[in-house]
Design a protein around this ligand. Sequence first.
Ligand code: IPD
Ligand code: CA
Length: 270
Amino acid sequence: MTDLLSIAESVARSAAGLAFERRTEGVEITMTKSTVTDVVTAADADVEQLVLRRIRQLRPDDGILGEEGTSVDGTTGITWVVDPIDGTVNYLYGLDGYAVSIAAVEGPTRVEELRAESWTGLAAAIVAPASGAVYTAAAGKGASLNGQSIRASAADSMASALVATGFGYDPGRRSRQGAAVAQLLPKVRDIRRLGAAALDLAMCGAGRLDAYFEKGIRPWDVAAGLLIAAEAGCVTHIEDAGGELFAAVAAPGIAEELFASLEHIGAAKA
Ligand code: IPD
Ligand code: CA
């Protein structure tokens, strides 16, 4: 496990260094994916290639699943789930909220059979080069931010909770998500849409946010963040909601109340 964690951290640090360097050189959009708002920059692809190369050198028999198209079956039952730049829109606009997210998970050797709802997270690293934040976790060993142990917040009521969420790229989904958030807003301290799911989850682990939820996220958005949040004491939930993932994470003192409220507003159906 220590080995997996040190690999996750060192590869994520190198990848984040490359992403940061590319950002200072200027950002070039190479294509759009699901909709015109879902962009890919040249850096997303280059960073994923760097991660792929490093992991293949260090752990040649493991699988790799990456947002920008990497899908390599392994033989060990360990797969590396990689978001080369989570928060691509922040990256594009020169905002600091972007990060490299890498997790080692245990599950089926065939990547196409791997499911975020059923894999076991083993090790995780999220590195945000613009802020210098390095979040890490290993199963059963706790979570850290820049080497210091982190814990979920002590929030004990929804009314005092700062809740992060995210919106997908599809306009129809966005209008449903907006309607769900509108119902939640009067019941919480405030809502944040920071633009990088991996960092939202890691910040729940660090007690910088009290909760996070989102429908339509992808496995690479949450692989590292869910382990970091869970190891920091958050209550984590992920489910297949009509063929898509719905994730929710909360500080232990508000999880029951918040999850009931998310059910009530239909957040998993948005
Ligand atoms: C996105 C971010 C965003 C979330 C979206 C993700 P990307 O990932 O994590 O916060 O709301 O659902 O797709 O496109 O920046 O890698
Ligand atoms: Ca992402």
